[in-house]
Design a binder for this molecule. Sequence first.
Ligand code: SF4
Length: 448
Amino acid sequence: MVRLGNATDRDLPVQVDATGPEGISIQAGPERPADGTIPPEQRALPVLQTVAPRARVPTPGGAPGAHLRPPQPRYAPAPLALRPHAPEIEHWRDRLQRTPLLELAAAADESRRRRHPDGVVSYIVDRNINYTNLCVTDCRFCAFYRRPKDAEAYVLSYDDVVRKIAEAKALGAVQILMQGGHNPYLPLDWYLGLLRHIKEHEPIHVHGFSASEIELLVRVSRLPLDEVLRQLREAGLDSMPGAGAEILVDGVRDVIAPKKLGASRWLEIHEAAHEVGLHTTATMMYGVGETWEDRLEHLLRLRHSQARSEAAGHRGRYTAFIAWSFQPSQTEMQDWQLELGTGLDYLRLTTLGRLVLDNFDNLQVSYVTQGPKLAQIALRCGANDFGSLMLEENVVSATGIDFIMPEQELRRIIADAGFTPRRRYQDYRQVAAAESGECPCCSWRNGR
Ligand code: SF4
């Protein structure tokens, strides 16, 4: 019997199906030199190494909450019978308990192969732009934010943002991921002006503003949710990231982020975004003290949310699911007694992501938190996308984690796992070599 959270001997001897177009043999990628090194002139994006700041050195003190030592709140999980989708949670929990991990992985790999038979693992070249770190929401798991009077609190100017985009585009970026803290001093017009400024001066696909930022804008502007989303879209927002989901169970959220929006509201905002034509993604941050029932409830709420958007005929949908493990360093939770997610937990969640979310097309690995080796294994557990080659990342690296890598190395890791690496756009169309790099949905928006 597999015990959740720990490996047993039943995890080990099961044979994984090795058939399929890409096989599972480990081979060097086509561009890899014989000695394994990558000369600078052969790197696809050689300048990447010199762009600053790619990774942010954590400040010694960390987030404001990292100085505090409040007692760890007690979390009492809800009984199964009181949860939404209880029969499905029970089904998957039982399957997880009865099935060896590699058997689950083989089923997830087969499901991935049916949906993506070409053996391609995609990734996107983008830059994270965190327009402000000023935040009043005080999530206990966050190492990134600063309170309003903190000397390190900042808001980027429009010109700062455009300069960062110009740098990223020069390096091949086809998207920016724009997220920030909950800064109550920025009105909706600031966001609209920023989007228009970007589209006028350095047009690029803007994947921006998580559901919790949208909720802040609804409160600050006192406009209805759909009106806020419509205005953002008209100003230049192209798609919405799935951040802020953490664990979509209110009991867990009350412990780790008591001031943040609830699980139902997070889903409601994503479905409203789908209705106005925005694609979104969905995430999970696990290892914050939740149970496997909580994780399954999260996945099933996402599955049903996608089904509602599809049934309503919305133009947008969830395009991908991404899970990563909580990184406690420099956060208020760093001294809590928690069972942080193990590597095996990550692989279990990856397999469940593919099997439970059977109405999601794409499953991303999180090499930034799990490291490249585990990410390679995750590609055999249902994942088909390597996420983002980030030219700049500030949130995870604020905890001291930094697996950011040059593009050639990322491609080598994918190829060594037996897949063909391909650059993609946000909507998962692949970038052809001869293309300008302009995102198809942005060309459509621009009438080209
Ligand atoms: S996770 Fe976001 S909302 Fe929460 S404290 Fe950090 S920046 Fe603020």
